[in-house]
Design a binder for this molecule. Structure first.
Ligand SMILES: [Fe+2]
Length: 368
């Protein structure tokens, strides 16, 4: 499909927002490497109003949900990780799996609808539950950056890992997108099961040196959070706020989780919303922490990989249940309203709402 025709022509606002996102992230030739032609974006500078996101996509299986997402006329789609299932230590296999995603007609149609941003999780980083010790991580990083067409001169290529960020829009309606890397620097997980309520194979790791982001990324994140923005989407491949369940999540690193909360307090960063994936079900978590406004973590997983027979773990922060089948997440921001609203939802294969919550943007501010 020629991205310069068809639905693109009927979606000028999306095109303009897309251009701003791409310029800020240095992704002016997004996906050129796999698609062969640059996308002719418009010139508007508005912050995105409709942001879609999802995770856990195996391109070798049918994935009609990407067409559902494309029909929503999004301004942006964020891939939260497990964007392919490479599960390999062989660079050629990784390349083949990326090629399959790049060749997907549904993926190309989504590309024609909006810009695509991405971070990774274990299955596109390397192998299940992999962390900093994964021996092929430099090759994985190279292929990730090439597939997502990160330019050779992008700052994203100047540091280890794949984290990145950008602020889009003008004062009063600025959206910051922060893409975390929870793999490249992550210390080994601590195996073991708690006796009762957990189901996964990992314990909370309180050992000195246990780390999710690594010092360099922490320092970078602090700088990003000090930048002005009205709304900040922090994309973490793994769940940020969920109760400890023993599967991969920030809850396996309680000190890192608390460090994140403390960083929000110390930087006074407002408007933070977390987006996560990985779990093969969807849920919205809402969590109160001392000295912070309410925190939300919208988990959307998977785009086409689901395991409905596996009941979700207990999570005392969960709002309104969970959804076990194919899904994607959506955020809609009513920037034009005097008191802007923010609608978050999880949509199914038909685009119908399965989970939802609506708040005002001002609810994500510190108490005066
Ligand atoms: Fe994962």
């Amino acid at each position: 499909m020629n991205p310069g025709s068809g639905s693109r022509a009927s979606a000028p606002r999306a095109a303009g927002n897309a251009a701003a996102v791409l310029r800020a992230l240095g992704l002016g030739t997004l996906l050129v490497a796999c698609l062969g032609s640059p996308v002719p974006w418009g010139a508007q500078e508005e912050a995105p109003r409709r942001v879609l996101f999802g995770s856990c996509l195996d391109p070798s299986r049918p994935h009609p949900i990407l067409d559902t997402a494309a029909r929503m006329r999004p301004d942006l789609f964020i891939f939260l990780g497990d964007n392919i299932y490479a599960d390999t230590r062989n660079p050629a296999v990784l390349r083949e799996k990326y090629a399959a995603l790049g060749a997907s007609a549904g993926f190309r149609r989504l590309l024609s609808a909006c810009p695509l941003l991405a971070t990774w999780d274990d299955h596109d980083y390397g192998v299940n539950d992999a962390g900093r010790a994964f021996p092929m991580k430099r090759e994985s990083r190279r292929q990730f950056l090439d597939f997502w067409s990160v330019p050779a001169d992008s700052p994203r290529r100047a540091h280890e890992g794949v984290y990145d960020a950008a602020v889009i829009g003008s004062p009063g309606r600025r959206l910051q997108v922060i893409l975390l890397d929870t793999r490249y620097f992550r210390s080994p997980l601590l195996p073991g099961r708690l006796p009762r309520h957990t189901r996964g194979p990992y314990l909370p790791d309180l050992r000195p040196g246990a780390s999710l982001l690594g010092e360099e990324q922490w320092h970078w994140l602090e700088e990003r959070l000090r930048e002005p923005a009205e709304l900040r989407l922090i994309a973490s491949s793994i769940q940020v706020l969920s109760e400890h369940h023993g599967w991969e999540a920030w809850a396996n690193f309680p000190r890192e989780q608390e460090r994140l909360f403390e960083l929000l307090r110390s930087t006074r960063a407002e408007g933070v919303l977390f987006l996560s994936g990985d779990r093969h079900f969807a849920e919205i978590s809402r969590r109160g922490e001392p000295g912070l406004y309410p925190l939300y973590d919208i988990t959307s997983s998977g785009l086409n990989l689901r395991f409905p027979e596996a009941a979700p773990n207990p999570n005392r922060y969960r709002l309104d249940g969970s959804y076990l089948f194919e899904n994607f997440g959506e955020l809609e921001v009513a920037w034009d309203d005097a008191d802007p609203g923010l609608r978050m939802r999880v949509a199914d294969l038909a685009g119908e709402t399965r989970l939802a919550a609506s708040i005002r943007l001002r609810e994500l501010r510190f108490a005066p």
